[in-house]
Design a protein around this ligand. Sequence first.
Ligand code: SAM
Length: 267
Amino acid sequence: MDNIIADLFSELDGSKWSTCAERTLHSKDCVDCLQRQYFDENEVSYSCIEKRKLYVLRYLPVHAAENRAGLRRVPSKVVDNILKYAQIRILSIGGGPGSDLYAALNFLRSKVEDGYRHEVKVTRIDIEPLWDEIAVNVIKAASEDFEVSVKTLHADVMEGLGKVEGKEFDIVVCSYLISELNNVDFEEFGRKLKKVMWNGGVIVINDRPQAEVEEKIRAVFEAANIVCSEVSNTDWAGFFYPDEIVQKVGPKLNMKSKAFWGVKRDN
Ligand SMILES: C[S@@+](CC[C@H](N)C(=O)[O-])C[C@H]1O[C@@H](n2cnc3c(N)ncnc32)[C@H](O)[C@@H]1O
């Protein structure tokens, strides 16, 4: 992850902001543009390359840590049951640059013996194709001994879930997507999720610790008929940024999220 952060930092081009036609209203530079898009009903979009680089620099390590904190709460016997099989199937929904997948691969890697080559099949559903390149790099960085293949569906979440119907995933991760979804039927979302999970599969949904977001997440779990547990993440994310990046980009250093997790049980 250090290399990804260092490379993207060296590629930043803050001079683009002054002539940018897409910049967020009232923003004063690229960092401010990214931050402000989440407030005052501004449009959230990742079509700008500077915004994507800054998103990764500010949030990849900490969002990976938050997702990993959720995965670490899953009982060992549930994880061991998934790891009994050589093939592990992971679904990421709204993964963007892949912090959720980094967490899942990193977590699984910590659970297996050295040299055990699991085959990991990753499916990504994301509406924004421009994340693909960085996501592939992030997945590669976390793959280690695993043989990882990636299939990407550029689709709205509901359409994407429809496209993978009939498949069974062992691990589903969904981080900071719910807070970005408007006009979505969260019960329908939950019912669709249930259909694509293996009996014994795990789901982790990580997002802002805000009452209205948490209510939506609980509604998803309820509709999926999966009992959910919750953890508030507040500790340091554990990533050492060079001082220059801290000063110029202001990354989120401490976790600040609620991670919900549950296990699908058909009987
Ligand atoms: C805030 S980013 C979260 C990225 C990453 N999961 C994380 O935790 O940092 C939201 C992601 O959801 C995607 N997204 C937004 N709306 C979507 C939709 N309706 N269907 C599918 N993906 C969507 C965006 O392209 C972006 O990658």
